[in-house]
Design a protein around this ligand. Structure first.
Ligand code: GLN
Length: 486
C-alpha cells in the first residue's frame, strides 16, 4: 500500500522499526499533494521546505538511536485557525492576510514535542463560521468523494486532506460541529473533546465558551493517539481542566457488552434523509449485536439548540472579533482620513459577508434593550439543554445519533440561504452548548457513493468510552477502509 494511505499507527510502526525514514514518508505526501491537491484544494499553505528540514533532523536523531517520540516523522495538517509560530495563520480571512504568529498554540507545542512534521495549514470557513468551507476568503475546497460537492465545514480543508490522503491526520476545531460534520461528509473520524479537555491557547477565538480543538483521522485508533498527545491542562488556558489524561489507546478493544446506548427521539425527525436514517439504524443494530443495549431517550429541548447557538456564538464572536481593527494584526486600509475611517474601512474590506452577518447579529443580541430578551434567554435555554443531557446520561453511557441530516451537499447549493446552511448543524450543536464530547465515524454510503456519519455523544470527560465504542463498531465494519475515487 502507498505510504500516504496508511494510518498514523501504521506509520508509527514503520518509522519506529526504521523500515521507512521520516524523509521518505514526507516525500510521499509531498508527491501526492503535488498530484492531487489541485483537485481538492484542501490547503491554505503547504510548508514543504520547513517539513523537509524537520524530517531530516528527526531522521538523524532516530539513526543515532535516540528515544523515539510517539509521533516522530508523522506528517500532520493543521486547520488555519491554530497559531503556528513563523507560519502564516489566516483563519482563511483576508483580514489576517500576512499574519505570522510569534508563538505556537499549546496543541502545536505538544505535537511538536511528540515529533510530528507540520505539512501545512488547511482551508476553512472564515473564522470557522460556516458548514461548507465555502465561506473561506481564499478558495473553495472540494469533497474528495465527489468534487462537485462540499467537504463540510468549517474544518473542510482538514477533512478533505485526511480523506484524500494528503496528510496522515489533521487537527480541526469545533464550535457547533466543525470537526464532526466535515468528518461525516468526508468519510473519516472526527472527535470534539469535552470543553476544557484541550487547551485553547493559540486557537483563534470564534465563540470562546464553545470552541474546542480535536483530531480528524483515518480511524478511531489514530484519534485516540492524537488526543492523548495534545489533551490536558495548560496554565495558559484557565478554562482547560486539570484532570489526568487517560491512555486512550489502552481502552480500545474492550468489549461493549452491557453498554447502554440512548437513541434520542428528537434526532430522528421527519424530513431527514432516508439513506442517513437507514445507515444510522443499521449502525445501532451492529452495536446491539456487539452486546450493547439500546433504549429510546428524549432530549426535550433539542428544538431550541440552533436558535440558542446562533445567539450565544454570534454574541461571543462579535466581542472576539472586535480586535481586528487594522492596528494589531493583518490588513490595514491605506486610504483613510482619520482613525475611525481606518477602522471601518479595514473591517469592511477585511471581513467576508458571513462574518459581518455574525458580528451584526451578535452585537444586536447583546445591545441594551435586547440583551435580556435574546442573549440572557439563550443562556438560560443553554442550561436546559445541558440538563437534558445530564438526565439522559443517568440512563445511558453513550448517545447515538446521525452526525448530519444529509450527506455532503453540492457546491453553491446553500450559499444563498444562510438559514438552511445553519440547519445542517442541527445534530452537532447541542454537544457544544452542553460542553460534552462527541465523535463522528463513517457508518455507510449513499447510493451516490457519499459517506454517512454516525455520531456518538458521551459524558463530560468520557472521551475514552466514545473511542472504545467507536473502535468496537469500526472493528465490526469496513466503512473506514474505503477510499475516495480521486
Ligand atoms: N457551522 C457552525 C457555524 O457556522 C459551526 C461552526 C463551527 O463549529 N466552527 O457556526
Amino acid at each position: 500500500m502507498e505510504l500516504t494511505a496508511l494510518t498514523i499507527h501504521d506509520l508509527q510502526g514503520l518509522l519506529q522499526r526504521r523500515e521507512v525514514t521520516a524523509g521518505q514518508v514526507l516525500r510521499a505526501f509531498l508527491k501526492r499533494i503535488a498530484q492531487e491537491e489541485g483537485k481538492v484544494q484542501a490547503y491554505m499553505a503547504v510548508t514543504g521546505r520547513e517539513a523537509l528540514t524537520r524530517a531530516a533532523r528527526l531522521d538523524r536523531r532516530l539513526d543515532k538511536g535516540e528515544q523515539v517520540s510517539p509521533l516522530a516523522g508523522v506528517p500532520l495538517a493543521i486547520k488555519d485557525v491554530i497559531c503556528t509560530q513563523g507560519v502564516p495563520t489566516t483563519c482563511s480571512s483576508k483580514i489576517l492576510e500576512g499574519f505570522i504568529p510569534p508563538y505556537d498554540a499549546t496543541v502545536m507545542r505538544r505535537l511538536d514535542q511528540a515529533g510530528m512534521v507540520l505539512l501545512g495549514k488547511t482551508n476553512m470557513d472564515e473564522f470557522a463560521m460556516g458548514s461548507s468551507t465555502e465561506n473561506s476568503g481564499y478558495k473553495i475546497t472540494r469533497n474528495p468523494w465527489d468534487v462537485s460537492r462540499v467537504p463540510g465545514g468549517s474544518s473542510g480543508g482538514s477533512g478533505a486532506a485526511v480523506a484524500a490522503d494528503l496528510c496522515a491526520g489533521a487537527l480541526g476545531s469545533d464550535t457547533g460541529g466543525s470537526i464532526r460534520q466535515p468528518a461525516a461528509f468526508c468519510g473519516i473520524v472526527g472527535l470534539k473533546p469535552t470543553y476544557g479537555r484541550v487547551s485553547r491557547y493559540g486557537l483563534i477565538a470564534f465563540a470562546s465558551s464553545l470552541d474546542q480543538i480535536g483530531p480528524m483521522t483515518k480511524d478511531v485508533r489514530d484519534a485516540a493517539i492524537l488526543l492523548r498527545v495534545f489533551a490536558g491542562h495548560d496554565p495558559c488556558d484557565s478554562t482547560s481542566v486539570d484532570m489526568p489524561v487517560p491512555d486512550y489507546t489502552a481502552q480500545l478493544g474492550r468489549e461493549i457488552t452491557g453498554l447502554r446506548i440512548g437513541i434520542p427521539d428528537e434526532y430522528f425527525i421527519e424530513g431527514m434523509d432516508a439513506e442517513v436514517e437507514t445507515a444510522v439504524r443499521g449502525a445501532i443494530s451492529v452495536l446491539e449485536s456487539l452486546g450493547a443495549k439500546a433504549e429510546r431517550i428524549s432530549l426535550p429541548h433539542t428544538e431550541y439548540a440552533v436558535a440558542t447557538y446562533y445567539l450565544v456564538a454570534t454574541a461571543e464572536a462579535s466581542s472576539n472579533l472586535a480586535r481586528y481593527d487594522g492596528v494589531k494584526y493583518g490588513v490595514r486600509t491605506g486610504k483613510a482620513r482619520n482613525l475611525l475611517e481606518m477602522y471601518m474601512k479595514s473591517r469592511q474590506n477585511g471581513f467576508g459577508a458571513e462574518v459581518k452577518r455574525r458580528i451584526m447579529l451578535g452585537t444586536y443580541g447583546l445591545s441594551a434593550g435586547y440583551y435580556d430578551a435574546y442573549y440572557l434567554k439563550a443562556l438560560k435555554v443553554r442550561t436546559l439543554i445541558r440538563k437534558d443531557f445530564e438526565e439522559a446520561f443517568k440512563r445511558c453511557d453513550v448517545i447515538v445519533t446521525p452526525t448530519a441530516p444529509t450527506a455532503a451537499f453540492g457546491l453553491g447549493e446553500k450559499t444563498d440561504d444562510p438559514l438552511t446552511m445553519y440547519l445542517s448543524d442541527i445534530f452537532t450543536i447541542s454537544a457544544n452548548l452542553a460542553g460534552i464530547p462527541g465523535i463522528s465515524l463513517p457508518c455507510g454510503f449513499t447510493q451516490a457513493g457519499l459517506p454517512i456519519g454516525l455520531q456518538l455523544l458521551g459524558k463530560p470527560f468520557d472521551e475514552a468510552t466514545l473511542l472504545q465504542v467507536g473502535f468496537a463498531y469500526e472493528q465490526a465494519t469496513e466503512w473506514h477502509r474505503r477510499k475516495p475515487p480521486l
